[in-house]
Design a protein around this ligand. Structure first.
Ligand code: F6R
Length: 241
């Protein structure tokens, strides 16, 4: 994996935006894999800036997000769909019909996962997949487990993830316990992967990802099996490597 350490989060966001712009220049109808959470916020801000400056054209782009809480409506402020709308989609010239998401309100989670997987298979593979990492080493909602799932599935959030995501909700009991997520195989089928990790609370997970055994104990460690994966870190997240 190509690891780069930066001084500031703004530098990371600029470097991440460069990755996107490069892909979009080469392939205007690229398929972008996107993630949510705190980590990509500055990157989306940088991308919106590039778009405003005419340096990134989203008019032919398709996006597929990694995951969505199950049981939450797309217009709910806690949904990942809403997050993406506010943080990126409202600020760039993407066509609404080119935005792809798992439907958090689908009654039959398994059928919805199969639908999402098929939609991605028809348009994909993903040209550039943006990822964050959980403190427990998860990517998407692929939580640490003995066996990893290859395809999109309905995941149960690990206790650590519920606690980490608590900050976005009024009460801990409001944090959804399940989410629809791309599986590890789907994530790894992206042509290019870009992982960002910042802050000291990610240092342990980053160490396991880069230096630990490749196993379900740290789902992100499987990124080391990918031929074109870059990791952008700040000094805090890189402290143990
Ligand atoms: C979100 C996602 C998660 C986050 C991870 C880190 O779509 O897939 O795996 O990337 O939980 O979250 P933050 O960035 O909030 O620390």
């Amino acid at each position: 994996m190509n690891v780069k350490v930066f001084k500031t989060q703004a530098e990371i966001a600029a470097a991440a935006a460069d990755f996107f712009c490069e892909v979009l220049l080469k392939k205007p109808n690229a398929v972008l894999g996107l993630s949510t959470g705190s980590t990509p916020m500055l990157t989306y801000e940088a991308l919106a800036g590039r778009s405003a400056a005419g340096l990134a054209d989203f008019s032919a782009v398709h996006t597929f997000n990694l995951d969505e809480y199950w049981g939450i409506a797309p217009e709910d402020e806690q949904s990942y769909r809403y997050f993406m709308q506010k943080r990126l989609f409202d600020k760039v010239n993407i066509r609404p019909e080119n935005i792809h998401f798992p439907d958090g309100l689908a009654e039959d989670a398994q059928a919805e996962c199969a639908r999402y997987e098929a939609e991605l298979a028809a348009l994909g593979p993903v040209d550039l997949q943006l990822l964050g990492i959980g403190r427990n080493g998860h990517i998407g909602f692929n939580e640490p487990a003995e066996k990893m799932r290859a395809k999109c599935f309905c995941a149960e959030l690990a206790e650590a993830t519920i606690k980490a995501n608590r900050r976005f909700f009024a009460r801990e009991e409001d944090v959804p316990r399940r989410a629809l997520t791309m599986g590890l195989g789907t994530i790894l089928s992206a042509k290019k992967i870009l992982m960002i990790a910042t802050g000291e609370n990610k240092a342990g997970a980053v160490y396991s990802m880069l230096r630990g055994e490749i196993s379900g104990k740290c789902p992100a460690s499987f990124l080391r099996t990918h031929g074109d994966a870059a990791v952008l870190l700040d000094e805090y997240a890189a402290a143990l490597i």
